[in-house]
Design a protein around this ligand. Sequence first.
Ligand code: SAM
Length: 336
Amino acid sequence: MATQAGNASKPALIDPHGRRIDYIRLSVTDKCNLRCFYCLPEGYKDFTEPSSWLSFDEIERVIRAFADLGVRRVRITGGEPLVRKNLSALVAQLNAIDTIDDLSLSTNASLLRRDAPALKQAGIARINVSLDTLLGDRFAQITRNGQLATVLDGLMAAKAAGLTPIKINMVVMKDVNDDETEDMVLFCLEHGFTLRFIETMPMGDSGRSASLQYLDLDIVRKHLAGRFDLIDSVMPGGGPARYMNVKGTDLHIGFITPISQHFCDTCNRVRLSADGTLYLCMGNEHSFALRPLLREGISDDDLKHALLRALALKPRQHDFNSQPGKIVRVMARLGG
Ligand code: SAM
């Protein structure tokens, strides 16, 4: 693991397995205003205290250090990131880092009517929105309390604010929403959204019990190929989705298959939780606590050395298939 001078102005951060790490997923809170059954256990209260969260200035310091080492993309996530107060101020701070080329957000869209214009103005270019169903009753069941109308309204507000592309993330589950994949394609065609299907991961007890509804996305792809003319395509974004285009349209459909066909060989990312713990792999426990170092007054140079020490811990691949009982933390801690 090392930083290598790609050229003098663009260092590259290389992990122990030879992968270039240029992407950080930044969770700003583990709290969420929805309770998707596959993400959070019923009655879950084990959220971290806001007093343990990194401040915006601390987050900026970590991202600046990563940017100096070669990170170029940041995605803000949660929990639901928009429940963190004044998130646009953090966006503006991160947007001011010259070498961060891509600043994006993952959200459930429920607060976008309120926040989309300010986010756009502060520097968010593109967003990913979780949306597993277009049926109101089913939405309320999956999210345990959510209102589909609020989310759809938030999506339209994001579109009107000029956030683009908007990618819809749908976790497809057997006997839960697998009858809606065609409808979701038509919805995304109508609104000019990109669509990505995601396989259920055994994260925490909720993810593990939802894995009973796990569906191999190859089945979805074959089903849709019977209805739409799908051709291989690519879509910029830095993520692991394999894309297909619906011929004759602008619609790209991504398949994110961590379980049936993992993509660890091309992993390019690390994750920072709200409490300042760096996680080196979503499907493993390897982590490194940054908050104590930040609060002890670590220098910028020493912070960068600490990030390199942390990166040395990055495992080769997740263990979701070989040890599905391993990950205790819920997805909301790291934000997917
Ligand atoms: N609240 C934001 C949102 O809704 O996108 C960001 C956080 S949410 C945890 C990020 C993504 O993780 C969502 O697309 C959600 O559907 C997905 N997710 C949560 N638990 C999952 C699981 N067990 N398997 C697969 N995806 C999961």
